[in-house]
Design a protein around this ligand. Structure first.
Ligand code: NAP
Ligand code: ZN
Length: 346
């Protein structure tokens, strides 16, 4: 057992405190990773504050992890000491069910093991990347391509794959019109990736405050959703809408922006249920769907795609003492566009 430094919350109202947590001794297929950078995802806030469910405390968030392999178990074949690696939102799954066999471990029928806020197969509460080290079975470790800096790689492990996967699944590409709702951590990656896939991208943001950024990131058009005229002008325009908003949206208004057979895909995970009028779907054979992160194979594919297309997140590196402040800025939509913790400040 290895005792390592971490930052944890001790209750839903707690600020972050320095603490230590235990990482297990390596099993034959385990890899010990020294974490260099850890991204701050809005999901970390939902978990830290028990917004989705009552969590177990102390809780160490962090599922956008980038670092180096420092030790490998006796039977590890995929990695060696010194490799640049990443870990995303899950660290294990059953490996046997229909979905795992398809490489869709995020939809494991027995339930995958989340990187934090979960219980692993050894009965231990999982703790995430706001810490100096993590032990993960090799099948859930990703290789970070040389072309991507470690700090920028971190957010790809959640924000990158969560947007790449639905864009890939619903066929974003040349000739397709994609709208991205919310220009935050996920949203800005959706813009970059959809653009690199060859789609025409429109940002739908609450205001025009970030318009210059949005166009710079690869969007062709940028509209404010606070302006009712936006919904009149864009009616029936899009093949795919990726909704990244962490709060409730007026689903019917966004469905009305879809063409025949268009799909609104929710990746945002608001606390309260969303509701909509079914006629918004019937009228143009539209779909309303959801998507959760992506499988391990697809996550590696996304990392390689980003390296090949020279895509990386826009990041602001913060110290371990600035996590609470970063959370407040995320909540105020004042993030451009992902905070990443420099773990050396821990
Ligand atoms: P984020 O950086 O806070 O971005 C969310 C964006 O939504 C904000 O920047 C803002 O963009 C917009 N927004 C926020 N509040 C809004 C409101 N009340 N009304 C309308 N727009 C609002 O968060 P994130 O890290 O990208 O995560 C977004 C959501 O996805 C969270 O709920 C998170 O838990 C979820 N998530 C899901 C998955 C998955 O697997 N499905 C994975 C990761 C995260 P503008 O300022 O441009 O309007
Ligand atoms: Zn996340």
């Amino acid at each position: 057992m290895k005792n390592v430094k971490a930052r944890a919350v001790f209750s839903p109202e707690s600020s972050f405190q320095a603490t230590t947590i235990n990482r297990r001794e390596l099993h034959p297929h385990d890899v010990l990773i020294e974490i260099k950078y850890s991204g701050i995802c809005h999901s970390d806030i939902h978990h830290a504050r028990s917004e989705w469910k009552d969590e177990h405390y102390p809780l160490v968030p962090g599922h956008e992890i980038a670092g180096f392999v420092v030790q490998v178990g006796s039977e590890v074949t995929k990695f060696k000491v010194g490799d640049r690696v990443g870990v995303g939102c899950m660290i294990d799954s059953c490996g046997e069910c229909e979905n795992c066999r398809k490489g869709e471990e995020q939809y494991c029928l027995k339930g995958n093991t989340l990187t934090y806020a979960d219980v692993d197969k050894y009965g231990e509460h999982t703790q995430g990347g706001y810490s100096t080290h993590i032990v993960v079975t090799e099948d859930f470790v990703l290789r970070i391509p040389d072309g991507i800096e470690l700090d920028a790689a971190a957010p790809l492990l959640c924000a990158g794959i969560t947007t790449y996967s639905p864009l890939n699944h619903w066929g974003a590409g040349p000739g397709k019109k994609v709208a991205v709702v919310g220009l935050g951590g996920l949203g800005h990656m959706a813009v970059k990736i959809a653009n690199a896939m060859g789609a025409e991208v429109t940002v739908l943001s609450q205001s025009l405050r970030k318009k210059d950024d949005g166009l710079q990131l690869g969007a062709s058009y940028y509209y404010a959703t606070s302006d009712p005229k936006t919904f009149e002008d864009l009616a029936g325009s899009f093949d795919i809408i990726i909704n990244t908003v962490s709060a409730n949206i007026k689903v019917d208004a966004y469905l009305s922006l879809l063409k025949l057979d268009g799909a609104l895909i929710n990746v945002g995970a608001p606390v309260e249920p969303l509701s909509f009028n079914v006629f918004s779907l019937l009228s143009q054979r539209r779909s309303f769907s959801g998507s959760m992160i992506g499988g391990i194979r697809e996550t590696q594919e996304m990392l390689d795609f980003c390296a090949e297309h020279h895509i990386a997140p826009e990041i602001e590196v913060v110290s371990a003492d600035q996590i609470d402040e970063a959370y407040e800025r995320v909540l105020a939509s004042d993030v451009r566009y992902r905070f990443v913790i420099d773990i050396s400040t821990m």
